[in-house]
Design a protein around this ligand. Sequence first.
Ligand code: ZN
Length: 269
Amino acid sequence: MVKYSNSKDWFEIIKHKDYLYVIRERLDEIDPRFYTTYTNLYLVVGSHSALLIDTGSGLFPLKPVVNDLILDKTLIVINTHCHFDHVGGNHEFDKILIHKKEKDQILKPHDISFLQDSSKEITKLYRNKKHTLPPAKGIQIVKDEEIIDLGEISIKIIHTPGHSPGSISLLTSKNELFTGDTAHYGTMYLTKKDFPIILSSISKLLELFQKSITIEIYPSHEEYAVSKKLLVDLSKGIKNIDNIWDTRKRDDFLESWIIDDEIFKYVIF
Ligand SMILES: [Zn+2]
């Protein structure tokens, strides 16, 4: 039985602050084999423009949902990185901002045939699209330290490679830090050879707390409005993976190793 039939049932919209909406999707309702419950999209609304951070799975139209929230403000759309759960709705928008190292993947149709044998009925909606996500139009490259002005709120891009080469985090002038998939609770996807890169990106994010202790972290999966402790826990956790490497299990769907510690699950390629 398909439980969800339109954008209204599918997206959970939370007005977290006057200027900050969380738009949530259930990734486990798309495919539980990713060991992830929620994907979080964020909408930051300034006085003249609004920034949508990621476009989700593309299962249901997102643009009408966002337009209802921002009314006549100018919408800017950015991707934290190019993975399917973050870019699925890109084709609905005229312009997408992304780091140059992620650009090639959203320029062309994105193969999601790995969802064909999901246990969840809802992925049948992808059949009409032949299990590909349409490419983005109007791609615009963003650079490390670039500032996006929304009117009364500005947002700085921080290049945080590791989860993927062009992964970005974003820091608002009101101290919300959006970390994408660079840091979140739940199941972290990592490549073993890139551990040093991800650790240095986590250090880069931790340094931001030296300038301001009031930063709150808004990751792209699972819990949001979490503290600096996430970054401290994750850094310790990744450094400890070698010590618990013997406990790894093979995952044939993800073609990776799975390791759990007390806080995170790691999917390691
Ligand atoms: Zn993700």
